[in-house]
Ligand binder design. Structure first.
Ligand code: NDP
Length: 281
């Protein structure tokens, strides 16, 4: 079975769109997401365009602010502070990565906690790890929704997350733990990765390298979530971190790339924007 993030995101976006007229009627305006894009990195431009399209589909107001890659750190921080102070902006997203001369951590820390739509602010991260109310990062949140939609029981299962980044690996491991899975986090220094991944009932792969997970690394019947977004070196096509066709023959379910985790990340961004708007009312 392929777990379609595309189908689920269409459904969830339609539900959000249906709720928008009553939100507007009750509060006098719709939620507003401000996105800052620095430079012209093609990947970033494409992500920001996708986010703007999703806002349009849902009925969320979107402002994309584009700045040249030469912008100074101080100028960028100033822009973030302006948006923090704007009562008509509910969510602020600074598209990463930023040019090398800008300290990403400083920028993330400058976003007001109540407008941190990506859930990357250290206080949001701390709240997640302490099981307190917080804004959950979009990709991990989307992964949990995909598992729920596919009817995957997480409780008591052995979950292996390959990758330990702040934006995917670590938070998804915490969400799986909170859902009562027994969680192992693997990474580039893990010895005998295949033996570790073969233990997984639920395998989440967030590495950023094609062919990282092959069929022989997957336990028969496992559920595989492929987070990777890569270009296949041979075909030039978009691909994930897993050998999807071969893994599908062993696994009970897998997310495709494209059309799996990616659309859910954007959909959860919409959900987070609405949540921040409602929380601040
Ligand atoms: P990072 O580069 O920040 O992290 C990659 C992780 O993979 C690291 O923890 C690294 O280990 C680990 N790793 C690298 N090589 C291996 C290996 N050979 N074996 C085991 N582990 C390895 O990436 P991100 O977490 O930001 O992203 C991962 C992938 O997910 C990328 O392809 C990215 O484009 C995609 N992505 C997709 C999203 C979506 O919405 N679909 C959203 C965000 C990301 P170590 O810590 O030891 O270096």
């Amino acid at each position: 079975m392929r777990i379609s993030g595309k189908d689920l995101s269409v459904k969830l976006k339609a539900e959000m769109a249906a709720s928008m007229p009553s939100i507007e009627e009750k509060y006098g305006r719709v939620p507003h997401l401000a996105v800052i894009l620095v430079g012209e990195d093609p990947g970033s431009v494409s992500y920001v365009t996708g986010k703007a399209k999703a806002c349009e589909a849902v009925g969320i107001k979107n402002t994309t602010i584009r700045r040249d890659a030469s912008i100074s750190e101080e100028e960028l921080l100033g822009l973030v502070r302006e948006l923090n102070a704007d009562p008509l902006v509910d969510g602020i997203l600074v598209q990463l990565p930023l040019p090398k001369h800008i300290d990403e951590n400083k920028v993330i820390e400058t976003i007001a906690l109540e407008k941190d739509v990506d859930g990357f602010h250290p206080l949001n991260v701390a709240a997640l790890w302490q099981k307190r109310p917080c804004t959950v990062a979009c990709t991990p949140k989307g992964i949990m929704k995909l598992l729920a939609q596919a009817g995957v029981e997480v409780k008591g299962k052995k979950a292996v997350v390959v990758g330990r980044s702040n934006i995917v690996g670590l938070p998804v491991a915490k969400l799986l733990l909170d859902a009562n899975a027994t969680v192992t986090i693997a990474h580039s220094r893990t010895e005998n990765l295949a033996a570790v991944t073969r233990e997984a009932d639920i395998l989440v792969v967030a590495v950023g390298r094609p062919h990282t997970v092959t069929a022989d690394m997957v336990k028969p019947g496992a559920v595989v979530i492929d987070v990777g977004v890569n270009r296949d070196p041979e075909s030039g096509k978009l691909c994930g971190d897993c050998d999807t066709d071969a893994v599908e023959a062993v696994a009970s379910a897998i997310t495709p790339v494209p059309g799996g985790v990616g659309p859910m990340t954007i959909t959860c961004l919409m959900e987070n924007t609405i949540e921040l708007f409602l929380r601040s009312r």
